[in-house]
Design a protein around this ligand. Structure first.
Ligand code: HEM
Length: 263
């Protein structure tokens, strides 16, 4: 006998409202499964079929998924932090101190955001090395590798722009040094520094620019490039398996025959 929850779910799935959102219902065949994936705005980024082996830990070490998980955690904790923080010179520093010593669980929230940021940088690099080690950057995946490099840059910029927001000595001097380094770029260096700081010094303009970059421009760019990244995995034929390369099957066959023929 089906459980009451299963019956309730079944009834829900047959309602007009449900069917107006999820048009193709549940998949009952491979073709129907494909239809379900293609008709959902969220699911259509992902592959219709996945090789079972590619879901095991050994294939990817789940490093891309873990990077995505830390990004989502950063978005949630970041939005909560925005409720307590004003990007203005008289308030920024005291807001962060209040968050640590006055707001309930504020210290936990801040530390969760900080440690997730460190973890995301580490995991993005680890994911890149894992992809490289497996040879998954080769055609037709070279464009997705480039998208990955953009994602890595966005991750580093997110980390860097977040650094100024506490508006303490560490933040002030780190941004002074960082933007001075950017001014060393030949020809356009000073212009880049001016653009980043909104002037010639690290002051209120710089704080506002870093805040907008950190909370709006960079996270939105990350979401956009992540969507392309996942969509490309699907278009490139799912996650990379060595045997799927043209000629790999014949090469494997030849080496087994040679092995067998050895005296
Ligand atoms: C914000 C950072 C990133 C996130 C959230 C992310 C997420 C993912 C996920 C979930 C996958 C599928 C599962 C896996 O391979 O673990 C994947 C695959 C892939 N990623 Fe990333 N990634 C990021 C950065 C990068 C970087 C820095 C590179 C390389 C420079 C890269 C290149 C690739 C490639 C080539 C694939 C396809 C691998 C295959 O076909 O087997 N990604 N990514």
């Amino acid at each position: 006998m089906p459980s009451p929850i299963a019956t309730a779910l079944d009834r829900l799935e047959r309602t007009r409202v449900w069917r107006s959102i999820f048009r193709s219902g549940k998949g009952r065949s491979t073709l129907h499964n494909a239809l379900v994936i293609q008709q959902s705005v969220f699911l259509h980024l992902f592959s219709v079929k996945v090789r079972k082996r590619m879901l095991s830990l050994g294939a990817t070490w789940y490093l891309g998924t873990l990077t995505l998980a830390t990004f989502l955690l950063l978005v949630v904790t970041g939005v909560l932090l925005m409720l307590y923080y004003h990007p203005s010179v008289p308030q920024a520093y005291t807001d962060v101190k209040d968050l640590q010593f006055v707001v309930s669980s504020g210290l936990f929230l801040r530390n969760l955001h900080r440690w997730s940021a460190h973890a995301m940088v580490f995991l993005a690099f680890a994911h890149m090395f894992r992809v490289f080690y497996r040879g998954a950057y080769r055609p037709p995946r070279e464009f997705n590798w480039v998208v990955g490099v953009v994602l890595l840059l966005i991750t580093l910029l997110l980390s860097y722009t977040g650094y100024l927001l506490p508006w303490d000595q560490l933040a002030y001097w780190a941004i002074t040094v960082g933007t001075n380094i950017s001014s060393a770029v030949p020809l356009v260096g000073d212009k880049i520094r001016f653009l980043l700081l909104g002037g010639h010094f690290v002051n209120a303009n710089a704080l506002l620019r870093f805040y907008v970059l950190h909370c709006v421009i960079l996270p939105l760019s990350a979401v956009l490039f992540l969507a392309v990244h996942f969509w490309r995995i699907r278009k490139d034929g799912g996650l990379y398996v060595r045997e799927s390369e043209p000629g790999a099957a014949e090469a494997a066959q030849t080496s087994t025959t040679e092995e067998r023929e050895k005296p």
